[in-house]
Design a protein around this ligand. Structure first.
Ligand code: COI
Length: 333
């Protein structure tokens, strides 16, 4: 079997090499370039490809894979929102993802960001860098006094719930699908509106879909408690950025932890050399605010998660080739 792995970063390469050593029956080609119209030609002759990228997997790229007879495409990440599924179906390609490389990594990071916001970490670090050790005016808030509304209770949402509870917070949740254990505990509210109305913190853990694009818009913010805290480690499209900026301006939203941003592709995981050179004014507006923490989609970025992403994706690709089956197959209607 031959697998071409695209977009292999320096931090992934040792794990890919290790997997390759453990699977001497597979020829592995690890390319640092992403999969696009130019680089797709490198996949000719492969049985499967392993990929991770935020830029789209377009119909023209997928049709080319089909022409090369490639039937297996394994993502090293969870999100499947940047794939042209019509083209995938038309070319009869099986796609796997890694649904759980470390839900805890994302959950821990989300709560870390919240604690930094609640304890005014940015404000104190800035003051200290200016030689100012005064306490006021940065009086903090306590998570144990709060109700956290968790939107979507998949693996990451549930890991986050456990941590929020460890801090003593009350947790409520919304999801179309109810987890039986959480259901038995009476955690679910019936509508997103109920979640918004009752929560001091909204913690988003949903995948991006056409239906939930800009679910946090002016109307949603208006229905929330005054001084609500917003956390988004999931997908940038869940939040209408202009509406969030308005809600931050008015004080409706006390602060936000944003590990994703709707226009992040091409910006996050790039180095522009200076703040001024960042080519996105809205992002810079968010970043300048002391009550906002913007990070470049790093909630997943731990040693354990990166290793699992490489290993699980390579294993899934091999499984498909050898057995025609994988427990990580993505089913899209
Ligand atoms: C995903 O797995 O879908 C993520 O959002 C993490 C990605 C940046 C590797």
């Amino acid at each position: 079997m031959k697998i071409v792995a695209y977009g292999i970063r320096d931090d992934e390469r040792p794990f890919l090499d290790q997997w390759s050593k453990e699977n001497p029956d597979v020829e592995v080609v690890g390319k640092s370039e992403l999969l696009d119209d130019q680089t797709v030609t490198d996949a000719e002759g492969a049985d499967g490809i392993v990929v991770y990228q935020q830029k789209p997997y377009t119909a023209s790229v997928i049709n080319k894979l089909g022409e090369y007879g490639i039937k297996f495409m394994s993502l090293r990440n969870v999100g499947v929102d940047n794939i042209d599924w019509q083209a995938i179906k038309a070319n009869n390609i099986q796609v796997t993802n890694v649904p759980a490389y470390s839900p805890e990594a994302i959950a821990e990071y989300t709560v870390t960001t919240l604690m930094m916001l609640l304890r005014r970490a940015r404000q104190f670090m800035k003051k200290e860098s200016e030689g100012n050790f005064k306490w006021a005016p940065d009086l903090a808030d306590e998570l144990n006094q709060m109700t956290v509304g968790v939107y979507a209770t998949g693996k990451i949402g549930r890991a986050a719930i456990n941590i929020y509870r460890g801090f003593g917070a009350k947790v409520i949740a919304y999801d179309i699908y109810h987890n039986p254990e959480l259901e038995a505990e009476g955690v679910y509210v019936d509508t997103p509106e109920e979640l918004y109305a009752q929560s001091d913190v909204i913690s988003l853990h949903a995948p991006a879909t056409a239906e939930n694009e800009h679910m946090l818009n002016d109307k949603a913010f208006a229905s929330m408690k005054d001084g609500v805290w917003i956390l988004n480690p999931a997908r940038g499209t869940l939040i209408d950025t202009d509406a969030l900026l308005r809600a931050l301006d008015s004080g409706k939203v006390a602060g936000a932890g944003l590990d994703v941003y709707e226009d992040e592709v091409g910006i996050f995981n790039s180095d522009f050399g200076s703040f001024d050179a960042i080519p996105d004014e809205r992002l810079k507006d968010l970043m300048k605010r002391e009550n906002v923490i913007v990070t470049p989609h790093i909630a997943f970025y731990t040693k354990r998660a990166v290793k699992n992403m490489v290993y699980y994706a390579m294993d899934a690709n091999k499984d498909l080739f050898e057995t025609g089956k994988s427990d990580k197959l993505v089913q899209v209607d």
